[in-house]
Design a protein around this ligand. Structure first.
Ligand SMILES: [Fe+2]
Length: 250
């Protein structure tokens, strides 16, 4: 086995057609540019993780457009839903390129993916089923270094408006993770910014959006002037890892 390089792309907010922009941003074009950069400068990755809000309104057309953008990728792609997604449509339209699964093994590591979506709501919540499945995986894989991925952040990101729509039972997730030391990090999207904080020995990592970013540590909604970005992980055989964010133009 060798170090596994995982790229996390999040909050693409792809629209149904080329004429529809979002807050003046062409989300499809921004993701296309970011993927061009990845193809040129970061092409030796092993897998992609798509951490939700892949579509802006959950339409079949938006997922078809995403499908076309990612069809170059011959590596495994794992996808989990965000509050903007329609899970059934997402699964159906992305089935040829991406797997909407609960777990995947990457070298010596395990990627555990959670669905924090609540129908009709912006904030997230982990159902009993999601939490007990996670606990079961962790109870049976005590020696497997693990990365947990979920759309909503389980912690405050020091931004009042964003904290109000985070993972409403994030404490329950953190309680499970605290008692399973093989979990090295929880990585999320939703926040449209880079975030990196360690709580109880676990890295809590926010991944920027592939379109526009929100200004960190603001109590009210505010768009930042940061470019699109993505997070990369180097998952080493010995259970250690490196991670950072790469921005468009880096
Ligand atoms: Fe979101």
């Amino acid at each position: 086995m060798s170090t596994q390089r995982l790229l996390q792309l999040s909050d693409c907010h792809i629209t149904a057609d080329a004429d529809t922009q979002l807050r003046g941003y062409d989300t499809h074009e921004l993701l296309r540019k970011l993927l061009e950069q990845i193809k040129k400068r970061d092409r030796h990755f092993h897998a992609l993780l798509l951490s939700g809000d892949l579509s802006d309104r959950g339409s079949a057309e938006s997922y078809q457009r995403l499908n076309a953008l990612l069809s170059f990728c011959k590596k495994p792609i794992y996808a989990l839903p965000g509050n903007h997604d329609q899970l059934l449509e997402m699964r159906d339209q992305l089935r040829k390129i991406a797997q909407c699964v609960h777990s995947a093994d990457l070298g010596t590591w395990r990627l555990l993916m959670l669905n924090s979506q609540q129908a009709g709501k912006t904030e997230g919540y982990l159902s009993e089923d999601e939490l007990s499945r996670l606990k079961l995986w962790l109870d049976h894989g005590k020696n497997i270094p693990s990365l947990v991925a979920v759309h909503h952040p389980p912690c405050s990101i020091h931004s009042a408006w964003m904290d109000a729509i985070n993972l409403q039972n994030g404490d329950e997730l953190l309680d499970i993770v605290k008692s399973h030391h093989q979990v090295k990090a929880i990585s999320f999207g939703h926040v449209h910014q880079a975030f990196d904080q360690t709580i109880h020995g676990v890295r809590l990592l926010g991944t920027p959006s592939t379109c526009f970013q929100f200004t960190p540590e603001r109590d009210e909604f505010d768009i930042d002037d940061k470019p699109p970005g993505y997070r990369w992980f180097e998952l080493h055989d010995n259970g250690e890892f490196d991670t950072d964010v790469t921005w468009l133009g880096d």
